[in-house]
Design a binder for this molecule. Sequence first.
Ligand SMILES: NC(=O)c1ccc[n+]([C@@H]2O[C@H](COP(=O)([O-])OP(=O)(O)OC[C@H]3O[C@@H](n4cnc5c(N)ncnc54)[C@H](O)[C@@H]3O)[C@@H](O)[C@H]2O)c1
Length: 246
Amino acid sequence: MGVLTGKTAIVTGASRGIGKTIAMDLAASGAKIIAVDVLQDQLIETQKEFNAKDFQYFPYVCDVGDYDKVEEFHKKVKQDHGSIDILVNNAGITRDGLIMRMKKADWDSVIHVNLTGVFNLCKIFSRMLMKKAGIIVNISSVIGVMGNAGQVNYSASKAGVIGITKSLAKELSKKGVRVNAVAPGYIQTAMTDKLSDEVKEEMLKNIPLGKLGAPEDISKVVSFLAGPDSSYMTGQVLIVDGGMCI
Ligand SMILES: NC(=O)c1ccc[n+]([C@@H]2O[C@H](COP(=O)([O-])OP(=O)(O)OC[C@H]3O[C@@H](n4cnc5c(N)ncnc54)[C@H](O)[C@@H]3O)[C@@H](O)[C@H]2O)c1
């Protein structure tokens, strides 16, 4: 028996990277995982890892930025699982470039997934969460707090996630729903693997702890926010960045 036994958690972007590790940690605490991603094959691969540990992992293909698809997904969740207790909005993408060179499509796609995706899930699942005094954890980024050259789209989307988190915390607190965010620094995943060694070396100079983070550094904090030990916290943004933002 874990602290989340009997709870059902949606984790978006849960086929790999930070989302998969968050799902693994929540499942280890007893939660049933409803995993959402656009990568069908990767979802199936990851499901095998969960099954091997006897963890419950139910994969669903859905583009979080597409309102109609999220409504269809909501119907399936209602049919298949009845309701949910925890929503972790983790799915995210980057399309970096200096503003002079950034294409409008790069702006639109990042806002579609990182910001509209969070709005869609929060809005469409809010009724279910209000009935259960549920919990929302949104994954922002230190870039949404500090900004970064070459990432106006990403930074705007992640700052927007902080805005959603604080506003929704105020809106839903009377129904007992807690809404918090985690703002990771640089974490070793497919998203950061594509950066050049030069960029990574430059990043390391700005991290007082002198290393990139691991997905587990984020999932542990998400598990804390999704569990009973954080029951008096809402509207907060926990920065997990090795000291970058000090
Ligand atoms: N890696 C980092 O350094 C870092 C730092 C700060 C914040 N973050 C945030 O953490 C989250 C996870 O990042 P990651 O590093 O694990 O990246 P990742 O690319 O490994 O994983 C992101 C996941 O989101 C999924 N996804 C993308 N678009 C989607 C959509 N439209 N609908 C549903 N799923 C979709 C991807 O398929 C992928 O599985 C993201 O929100 C990211 O912005 C990451």
